[in-house]
Design a protein around this ligand. Sequence first.
Ligand code: APR
Ligand code: PHB
Length: 386
Amino acid sequence: MRTAVGIIGGGPAGLTLALLLHEAGVEAVVLEARSRQYVERRVRAGLLEQNTIDVLEKIGVDSRMHREGVEHSGISLRFAEQVHHLNVMELTGRRMMIYGQQEIVKDEIAAVLERDIPIFFEASEVAIHDIDSDHPSISFTRDGEAERLDCDFVAGCDGYHGVSRKSIPAGVRKELEHAYPFSWLGLLAAAPPLSKENLYAQHEAGFALQSMRGHEVSRLYLQVSDRDSLDEWPEERIWEQLGLRLGRVNEGPIIERSITTMRSFVSEPMQYRRLFLAGDAAHVVPPTGAKGLNLAINDARLLGAALASHQRDGDDRALADYSSVALRRVWRAQEFSKYMTEMLHDYGDDFQQRVQRARLEYATSHEAGAKTLAENYVGLPASADF
Ligand code: APR
Ligand code: PHB
């Protein structure tokens, strides 16, 4: 097989890139390790920045999002037993949408199939070859048969555990990491969300967040110890802690639960010769700032435009700049995610707790503080170099 862009990974980064390339008349093939059912069911983030909404509109996968997503114009912060509302729309003129990542993945897969973009699920033993040459290829196994995809470029969109990043020689690659001493217990509950917009709580018992999936399902998160397993969190304890930290919560049957570790990770550069990384393959953020999905879509936006310029006009400037341009927003998001995480979690340290209070008070009672938080939360406007 031959194509212009071989895309490894069919998550939000890979699927969005495939659709953007199709829009620009550039051929691509998507190779996904898992089954369609598996990727469509994987529960992940759900807060879309204005920029992300714009990209989904551009590739024409926005109709169900506009029907079923919940538009948000602000967030609430709870600390010292009080709830403070931040009107992000008024502060920035930009809006957000709550729509689950797996719903985007479902809509994008349907669009990929409808537009006849080749996508192979359950592709195993995926490996990149000749990345140093002008003729890279990707080998993989499908239905027990060995296959080879020759391409002009490889887009590594295969998440943190994928093979793409590791194909960049260790001497070229620099990995930067920061760990946090706690995890998140995330759940979906069949209960209408009590707070109509996302509610972030700082509490001495630990952080909590109430988000939603539509009007009937609550998406809830609790700071837990990074040594905890789900066994330590029976339902009674979950609801008791959510009620304590959030002030109030609507209880309902728990549909899904999992524990996620919290860390920040960046691999630089995001390009090596004809291999370009996008999304979690190159960077991971703690979920507090809700940036992971939005960064993946932003990488796809930049890479899609750069590959289209190459293919259509023979102009390689955007490809050459891709890594440094993408990393600018990645580091903005890393800083903001760390700021949000450190402002809201319990570190078991009184000094840190007083600093958090000062930060929260600044964000809720002074316009400059509120604007900084709001602008970063809703996402800085997209441009060709940011
Ligand atoms: N070959 C092919 N596909 C692979 C391989 C491989 N060797 N390894 C992983 N994959 C697939 C995974 O099965 C997954 O579907 O690559 C896809 C990567 O998708 P995501 O992990 O969703 O990453 P990305 O598209 O960058 O989106 C980032 O996902 O983890 C969340 O918080 C993160 O919301 C953010 C989003
Ligand atoms: C979510 O809805 O899953 C969500 C929302 C906001 C966050 C993190 C996760 O900060």
